[in-house]
Design a protein around this ligand. Structure first.
Ligand code: SIN
Ligand code: MN
Length: 281
């Protein structure tokens, strides 16, 4: 079912252009979240390369590329409101570049150091420009204590920061360091803290089902989850069709090779409602 937006896509676009992120005034219903959690649990039990573990453990850190092999995830990326949002924020027709769920398990979920996503997509995949957008769907209640995403508003306008010197070898780095707590491309803590002193920091918190969007170049991080509450965050990256990297080398579950424009389609199991709609009075 499609629901009329009480905040227009134009308003979301202007917040996104200014701050590099925005919050939807709608959330997925509890039933939708339950269905997505069930799919995540099932995929997490599979032994397949798309399932990544916290370093040296059997704890699932993330699952990748699920839209390519799971029919519920495939339906989700076609959700008309998500597609409309991605097209409004990039200003272009889009395809799915990446799909992942970062699970941030209770007590064990490890941090993501300060970084910019576009560093990976530019340096490793050859994505020509940051004409892409991340849409983040909370699959758990996300609060200050369970390792929420932290972004520095406005930092998406600064270009890529702190890239390592080119070693002249033209070699790609190990993709495992693009999905672990030991990331290849980071923004230094000193720089991130200086940016945060000037611009502030925003915590991307919200109840399960809430939806946010953030820019590929925004400086962001998240801390270890020391709490008893899991913090699962589903992330869909839509890329402009005319911004597809010509010859990516990383595995397909990190860089979709199917660059045909996504065709929006409603699925009755995946329902967005205004934030207050199904909250008990
Ligand atoms: C996180 O799940 O906290 C990190 C997500 C990201 O870096 O895009
Ligand atoms: Mn990131």
């Amino acid at each position: 079912m499609s629901v009329a937006m009480d905040v227009s896509l134009t308003e979301l676009r202007s917040a996104y252009d200014k701050d590099g992120w925005c919050a939807l005034p709608h959330r997925f219903t509890d039933d939708t979240v339950a269905l997505l959690r069930e799919r995540v649990a099932s995929i997490s039990r599979e032994r397949r390369p798309e399932v990544v573990y916290e370093e040296g453990t059997g704890t699932v850190r993330a699952i990748h590329g699920c839209h390519a092999f799971d029919e519920v995830c495939a339906a989700l990326v076609r959700h008309p409101r998500l597609v409309a949002l991605a097209e409004a924020l990039t200003g272009k027709p889009v395809y799915v570049y990446q799909f992942k769920v970062n699970l941030k398990q209770a007590h064990e979920g490890a941090a993501w150091p300060w970084h910019q996503d576009y560093a990976f997509w530019s340096e490793e995949d050859g994505m020509p420009s940051p004409d892409a957008v991340n849409i983040a769907i909370a699959l758990d209640d996300i609060h200050e204590g369970n390792g929420p995403l932290v972004v520095v508003p406005g930092s998406h306008t600064l270009g890529l920061l702190d890239l390592p010197e080119d070693d002249g070898e033209g070699g790609a780095s190990d993709w495992r360091r693009h999905v672990s707590a030991n990331l290849t491309y980071t923004v230094t803590t000193e720089r991130a803290e200086a940016l945060a002193r000037d611009n502030g920091k925003s915590l991307i918190t919200g109840s399960a089902g809430s939806v946010h969007a953030f820019h590929p170049s925004i400086v962001h991080s998240s801390s270890n989850n020391l709490s008893a509450d899991r913090r699962a965050l589903l992330l869909i990256t839509y890329n402009a069709v005319d911004n597809a990297p010509p010859n990516p080398a990383r595995p397909e579950f990190l860089v979709s090779r199917d660059t045909t424009p996504i065709v929006a389609g409603a699925d009755a199991r995946l329902e967005l409602v205004p934030h207050q709609a199904d909250t008990p009075a």
